[in-house]
Design a protein around this ligand. Structure first.
Ligand SMILES: Cc1cc2nc3c(=O)[nH]c(=O)nc-3n(C[C@H](O)[C@H](O)[C@H](O)COP(=O)(O)OP(=O)(O)OC[C@H]3O[C@@H](n4cnc5c(N)ncnc54)[C@H](O)[C@@H]3O)c2cc1C
Ligand code: SF4
Length: 328
């Protein structure tokens, strides 16, 4: 790890002013479970680390008329144990509880989870988010791509979005609040994720001197929500495919649906095709299978990851059936 300055501001405004307006100079430190590994490997080499853990305003879960507000410094363990989250947003509590390991959940924060960098092994080996060799050949296309994207992978980005809690937050209709030197803004969470086109772009709609301050989840009013992950092993590892589904029922038929896939594309991947396939249908095996087929109809696997198409289909189908059978 290289030498760096270390500052611990006590307000978001101070923190924003200590951050550079250019990527590469400074980084925000929250729980450090992702950032420190990247710094030890020299993938990220900030000159200044802005530790935000002394900013008390960024901690805790609050409830008000806008819904549930989760401060960005709240740890995953605190969220998974919060009585309000477990009661009103059980699918979110379950997703958080399944993420990583108890040790990591005790350190990892919600803001850090939203902003964690991709697990793509080319990126983690210092070859960049859009890795190429000297001749300009794209390394993911040419090399080992078994864990890479099957949707939204026309290039040059082919990594998968790493958070397992974001798809379910999106189907709950969550928003993310940001603060920077120019003030505050709020985005629907799905808009926070973007596919980088050049090496200068990041995978988040986040300025280098902006801070995620909180996540707001509206009341789940009548939506039945479920989250389903397919993992290679039941241990702390990232899944191969994730699906989150919210259904609003009108009697026995689906009035409206939200379907978001994870770990299949460079961003969390909403599926309007699956949502349309479910609308007006009863939520059963047959409609769940058709919606899952629709969600993956445009999948374009790379040379080694065709197996992920079927895994993602199964995740979507099971999430739909789980949502249909469960409470919000
Ligand atoms: C073994 C292992 C297994 C894991 N399994 C899972 C899993 O199953 N599912 C899953 O979702 N995640 C998983 N993770 C990832 C883990 O959840 C993240 O590392 C963690 O949430 C990051 O939070 P942090 O507070 O430690 O962030 P940090 O490491 O401090 O920061 C991560 C990144 O976010 C930026 N950042 C942090 N906070 C903010 C903020 N408030 N505003 C703007 N930028 C910010 C940092 O600058 C940095 O770039 C796993 C991690 C490990 C090591
Ligand atoms: S095994 Fe668990 S406790 Fe040990 S370093 Fe890995 S995550 Fe931390």
């Amino acid at each position: 790890m290289r030498a760096f300055d270390y500052v611990s501001p006590t307000s978001t405004r101070q923190a924003a002013n200590l951050l550079s307006s250019t990527w590469g100079n400074t980084e925000i430190l929250a729980g450090g479970t992702d950032l420190l590994a990247l710094m030890k490997e020299d993938v990220v080499t900030p000159k200044r680390l802005v530790n935000i853990k002394e900013i008390a305003d960024l901690r805790g879960v609050k409830s008000d008329s806008s819904g549930l507000r989760i401060g960005s410094l709240t740890t995953l363990a605190e969220v998974a144990e919060d009585a309000g989250v477990r009661e009103k947003y059980p699918a979110f509590a379950e997703a958080v509880h399944e993420a990583a390991s108890p040790q990591i959940r005790n350190m990892a924060t919600v803001g850090g989870n939203l902003c964690q960098r991709p697990r793509c092994w080319y990126f983690r080996n210092g070859l960049g988010l859009l890795p190429k060799d000297e001749s300009g050949k794209e390394l993911v296309e040419e090399g080992d791509n078994r864990y890479h994207a099957i949707l939204g992978n026309d290039g040059p980005a082919r990594f998968v979005s790493p958070s397992t809690i974001v798809p379910v937050l999106i189907v709950y209709g969550a928003k993310v609040r940001l603060e920077g030197p120019k003030g505050k803004r709020e985005l629907p969470l799905e808009k926070f994720y973007v596919i980088p086109k050049t090496d200068r772009d990041r995978e988040h709609d986040l300025l280098p001197n902006e801070i995620v301050t909180e996540v707001v989840i509206p009341a789940a009013n009548g939506w039945k929500v479920a989250h389903y992950e397919i993992r290679q092993k039941a241990a702390f590892d990232w899944p191969l495919a994730v699906a989150a589904v919210a259904l609003k029922m009108d009697g026995s038929s689906v009035q409206a649906a939200r379907v978001v896939l994870g770990h299949v594309a460079p961003t969390p991947w909403p599926s309007p095709q699956a949502e349309a396939a479910l609308k007006g249908q009863p939520a059963n095996e047959d409609s769940a299978k058709k919606a899952a087929d629709a969600a993956l109809a445009n999948a374009k696997p790379l040379s080694q990851n065709a197996y992920k198409v079927q895994l993602a289909r199964v995740a979507v189908k099971r999430a739909i059936l789980k949502a249909a059978g469960g409470a919000a």
